[in-house]
Design a protein around this ligand. Structure first.
Ligand SMILES: Nc1ncnc2c1ncn2[C@@H]1O[C@H](COP(=O)(O)OP(=O)(O)OP(=O)(O)O)[C@@H](O)[C@H]1O
Ligand SMILES: [Mg+2]
Length: 324
């Protein structure tokens, strides 16, 4: 199933510029491609740069986030230096859609959900009538087990789970080619999580959305949704492979540790214990010489700390490690 290339990220660096003049290097040389038909899961510990990568890919650089170098190409369009009004008018929501981790804050509390959806869609698709927009929203609400009355509610009247599901509907209303979902399920109870995953899968299978980037720290969830997985550590991808490769046969010592720290192991997945990974990621303000995981890695030696470690092929996938 290898479809058309939709997105190409090449050696992307982005950082936060603090008021003290420091640079928090959040994304450090990330490269990957996303094709039609792919669901890329991005997993890694808190603070490893997943959300920052997601925002950066959508071409938005809200202060204090800044673009460093590298490229993000959506089809033929370079998103890192695109004109802001063009990005908002022609790309966001329509071609690429970002479902934020803090979805709760994305809804305007003073507008009815219906009004918010109609205004947003009309901005991009002026030819759609208000009735058509509401009909489409109502259908999607139904698939997500959201009562239709939510359309007539104000955002502040919704529960957390309802807000999150509403955001999923809104983010996919214009059938974008690439949907970036940042921890869309983490605030939800297990049954709501399943409903959200089901909707994303369904929109995907019906080819309403063509590809998904699904960000989470919860690896087992990726087993149910991802076709490919990238494991992220300290702003870098350390392993990129198929879902089966990364979940069932991780190669990078960090992927391994992450798999072993699964809290409730599922049948067939490695990792029966609960050892959290000792140590902490490196300070993102510092320049790091060699492997960023070396200080926590059971395999590391002096060689690992000498020079930057490049991605290389091992066991049929990409791995950033010289010891495996
Ligand atoms: N507004 C900000 N200003 C300064 N630094 C920030 C800001 N937002 C994030 N960071 C830093 O950037 C790095 C990456 O953060 P990011 O939120 O992308 O991680 P994450 O992988 O999404 O974590 P989580 O799993 O907790 O959501 C962290 O070191 C974080 O402290
Ligand atoms: Mg995050």
């Amino acid at each position: 199933m290898s479809g058309k290339k939709l997105l190409e990220v090449k050696d992307l660096y982005t950082y936060y510029q603090t008021r003290l003049g420091e640079k928090i290097k959040a994304v450090n040389g990330v490269s990957f491609e996303l094709k039609e038909g792919e669901i890329l899961g991005i997993a890694g510990e808190s603070g490893c740069g997943k959300s920052t990568l997601g925002i950066s890919i959508s071409g938005l650089f809200p202060p204090p986030l800044k673009y460093g170098k590298g490229s993000v190409k959506l089809g033929d369009v370079e998103l890192t230096n695109i004109n802001h009004s063009k990005l908002r008018k022609e790309i966001l929501g329509k071609k690429i859609s970002f479902i934020p981790q803090s979805a709760m804050n994305a809804l305007n509390p003073t507008l009815k959900v219906k009004r918010f959806i109609v205004d947003l869609v009309k901005e991009h698709e002026p030819n759609l009538s208000e009735d058509e927009i509401i009909k489409r929203a109502a259908e999607r609400f139904e698939s997500l087990s959201l009562p239709k009355r939510v359309l007539d509610a104000y955002a502040l009247e919704l529960s957390g789970g309802m807000k999150q599901r509403t955001i999923v509907v809104i983010s996919t209303m214009m059938n974008p080619e690439v949907v970036i979902a940042d921890e869309p399920t983490s605030a939800l109870d297990v049954s709501s999580q399943k409903i959200v995953i089901k909707l994303i899968r369904q929109l995907f299978e019906e080819k309403i959305i063509k590809s998904v980037i699904f960000i989470t720290h919860d690896l087992p969830i990726l087993r149910h949704i991802a076709t490919k997985i990238a494991v992220m550590y300290a702003g870098e991808f350390v392993e990129v492979g198929t879902m089966e490769q990364v979940i069932f046969d991780p190669v990078h010592p960090y992927s391994n540790a992450l798999m072993n720290s699964i809290i409730v192991p599922e049948k067939g997945i490695k990792g029966k214990k609960l050892p959290s990974i000792p140590g902490a990621p490196p300070d993102p303000r510092l320049e790091i010489q060699g492997c960023r995981f070396a200080d926590r890695c059971p395999l590391a030696d002096d060689e690992c700390r000498k020079a930057p470690i490049e991605m290389r092929e091992a066991k049929g996938r990409l791995v950033r490690c010289i010891k495996v």
